[in-house]
Write a protein that binds this ligand. Structure first.
Ligand code: FE2
Ligand code: FE2
Length: 261
């Protein structure tokens, strides 16, 4: 079994210290094979917020895939927004355009969906889709394959009209035949999961794991949460861990059959 901890929307600058401490403790105690951070590490892409996010990540000594979110692009500095949107992310967090984790059982790749032209919405480019196809399509099926991207691919269960990642239809269609198992996202500050088949006619089973905000006070109708994901040979279990009464506890667990196994 492989263990993944999936956190998102940390929004340093609006973080709750006691929740950050509890999260560091939980992650280091769980000894995950991989930590995934699906974007919005900062509230306003300020240097001090990036430094706090980097210090948090340094406390975790496990492999990491970290991608930016829309809040990680400078909002007010117009020159930086359009010409060097991820300058600070690249300086403080990661300079990898396609961060990748690979072992004998899993292959997971991160990708940036934040764009300078839109403040909230995200998009994937044709070049990024081609790059992911080149990575995944040659890899034999039994390996667990995942993509980390900030913007959501499915709406939350209670709000059906959430805007989805731009070009998500093409993205799902093109990657479907490569046997992708899971998409890891955030952005909506809600923890839930579901099969993309319900929303994309060209899809076979690909599970979308959505993580809530792990550490920020920018909650949207639910407590802070993160996902503890167990990848087994025939099923994947997504456990939502929620912060209540000074610590994270198991809220819900959902099992998905491994269709590509
Ligand atoms: Fe966010
Ligand atoms: Fe976001």
């Amino acid at each position: 079994m492989k263990k993944i901890i999936h956190i998102s929307d940390l929004h340093f600058g609006t973080e709750e210290k006691k929740i950050v401490d509890a999260l560091v403790h939980d992650i280091n105690s769980a000894c995950p094979d991989l930590l995934i951070v699906s974007g919005d590490l900062t509230q306003r892409a300020k240097s001090e917020q990036y430094i706090a996010a980097a210090e948090f990540l340094e406390k975790i000594n496990f492999p990491q895939i970290v991608v930016p979110g829309n809040h990680d692009i400078s909002l007010w500095n117009i020159f930086r927004r359009f010409f060097r949107p991820l300058k600070k992310f690249r300086k403080y967090i990661s300079d990898e355009e396609f961060p990748i984790y690979k072992d004998e059982e899993m292959i997971i790749v991160g990708i940036n969906s934040a764009r300078s032209l839109t403040i909230k919405s995200g998009r994937i480019s044709i070049k990024q889709i081609e790059h992911l196809k080149n990575i995944f399509c040659g890899v034999p099926e039994p390996r667990f394959k995942g993509v980390v991207i900030h913007h959501n691919l499915i709406p939350s269960p209670e709000v059906k009209k959430h805007k989805m990642l731009g070009r998500s239809g093409l993205f799902i269609k093109e990657l479907n035949d490569c046997g992708i198992d899971m998409m890891f996202s955030g952005h909506l500050h809600k923890g839930y999961s579901g099969d993309v088949q319900k929303f994309y006619k060209d899809a076979n089973s690909i599970i979308a794991a959505q993580a809530g905000t792990a550490t920020s006070n920018r909650v949207r109708g639910e407590e802070n949460s993160y996902n503890l994901i167990e990848v087994k040979s025939e099923e994947t279990i997504i456990k939502i861990m929620r912060f209540k009464n000074e610590k994270y506890f198991l809220d819900t667990a959902k099992s998905f059959k491994r269709e590509n196994f």
